[in-house]
Design a protein around this ligand. Structure first.
Ligand SMILES: Cc1ncc(COP(=O)(O)O)c(C=O)c1O
Length: 445
């Protein structure tokens, strides 16, 4: 029955773009790119963007509240575009044995922002690069080769990152990268009910027990890598990370926080970890660090971990590329000058309350959750049989896009919203209205 809803949503969507330019482009895309899960083939196009808005090849405008969490400063921020054009005119590249003013200034800025004491930095291009550099550093610093991460987590597509992360479907068929272990995640709440505070507490306790058991029994872990706040969004209780930190300390295991989607103000703090009284040994950043223009990532490590000078940990050709560094530096400046972190902290609770109001008595959604500008509405367990949830969620995601907002899906039960930190209350309200209108789907939303 719910497969039908997905067909209905797809038909309605297609009927709304009669020009067919998107369809043609998607056809050419599928013909020229190697096919791979989640990337090719695709059904949607982008041809323009500004602020929270994007436009497809048929000229249809929508708010992008998913944006792969790359757009904390919004799309095509004028200051960023100006800075990149200036940089292109002056120094778009530096050979690897040469540094530049902008690369050093960017690294200095990252160290100054990190709230956990003296730090040093490695730069990369993708989140996956940063994760792998952090793991390599952890191996060298501890002399150990095992890692711990949450089952069903994602830390990037590189061979090392894909094994360190916990999504088995994404690594099936590749040679095993030994030493990667996975534990029950803190967000593993029961799926047959909506998340209650008690469920969240219990899931976190079970996760902590699993970490404790694994660290004790198996021993010898170089690092535990995890998102401090799951970008689904799921937020663990305040006690969780301090207790994990204590376990890591007791076992000589480093704690790496992956803030690739959740950092840089998204949760209402510059670093999501600042919601918890637990300092990581390293933080990895990416995605929004490049201002939705280029790929930039970083490992920020406590200065005491500068112990691998004899190894080529992140010897990437473009690691200190001045153009990429300028994107990172300008993005950080924009976040600071426009008070975007405070904006997410200030508007986030209102946004969540509005979403909660929109889902009251909703046939599909039961609750709204989130922190800062990471928000989501959770499917009601009564909305459909559990095995149909995937179809229903995809149909609602597609219909939301037709109505004007690109949302994500997460953990098989959330429609997630990760608006740029520059989104206005009106734009946020518009997405709430779309959630409300989804209650009429498939009949004339
Ligand atoms: C938590 C997390 N870590 C790492 C990555 C990898 O980033 P990238 O795709 O830039 O390599 C992602 C990407 O989705 C992510 O969500």
């Amino acid at each position: 029955m719910f497969t039908h809803l997905l067909d209905d949503a797809a038909l309605a969507f297609e009927n709304d773009r009669p020009e067919g330019r998107s369809r043609d482009l998607c056809r050419r895309d599928a013909a020229v790119f190697l096919h791979q899960a989640n990337s090719t083939p695709v059904a949607f196009t982008m041809a323009g963007m500004e602020g929270v808005w994007a436009e497809d090849a048929d000229g249809r405008r929508f708010m992008d509240f998913q944006g792969n969490t790359c757009h904390n400063i919004g799309f095509r921020h004028p200051r960023l575009i100006k800075a990149l054009k200036e940089q292109l005119d002056v120094l778009p590249f530096a050979s690897r044995r040469f540094t530049s003013e902008v690369a050093v200034a960017f690294a200095e800025k990252l160290c100054a922002l990190w709230p956990y004491g003296p730090a040093k930095v490695l730069l990369g291009l993708s989140g996956s690069d940063a994760v792998e550099m952090a793991l390599k550093l952890a191996y060298v610093a501890t002399g150990r080769t095992r890692t711990l991460a949450f089952a069903d987590s994602w830390h990037g597509a590189g061979l090392g990152a894909v094994w360190a992360g916990g999504r088995s479907a994404e690594r099936a068929g590749y040679p095993e990268f030994a030493g990667c272990h996975h534990v029950r995640p803190y967000w593993d709440t029961p799926r047959e009910t909506t998340q209650s505070v008690a469920d969240i507490e219990r899931a976190a306790r079970l996760s902590l027990d699993d970490i404790a058991r694994r660290l004790d029994k198996t021993g010898g872990f170089a690092a535990l890598i995890a998102e401090p706040v799951k970008s689904a969004p799921c937020v663990p209780p305040a006690w969780f990370w301090p207790e994990v930190r204590a376990l890591c300390d007791a076992n000589g295991t480093l704690l790496i926080f992956d803030e690739i989607p959740g950092g840089l103000g998204k949760t209402g703090k510059m670093f999501a970890s600042e919601h918890f009284a637990a300092a990581p040994d390293m933080t990895v950043l990416g995605k929004s660090l490049g201002g939705a223009a280029v790929g930039v990532s970083a490992v920020i490590a406590r200065a005491g971990l500068d112990v691998a000078g004899h190894m080529a940990i992140g010897h990437y050709t473009h690691q200190k590329n001045p153009l990429l560094a300028r994107a990172g530096l300008e993005t950080l400046a924009i976040i600071g000058d426009e008070n975007l972190v405070a904006r997410a902290a200030g508007l986030g609770p209102w946004y969540r309350e509005e979403l909660a109001r929109a889902v009251a008595g909703h046939p599909y959604f039961a609750t709204a959750t989130g922190i800062g500008f990471l928000a989501g509405v959770e499917l009601s367990p009564l909305a459909c049989p559990p095995e149909q949830r995937g179809y229903l969620l995809k149909a609602l995601q597609l219909e939301a896009l037709r109505l004007g907002v690109n949302a994500g899906t997460a953990l098989g039960r959330f429609l997630s919203f990760s608006p740029p930190l520059v989104a206005t209350p009106d734009e946020l309200a518009r997405s709430v209205e779309i959630v409300d209108r989804l209650r009429r789907f498939p009949h004339g939303a």
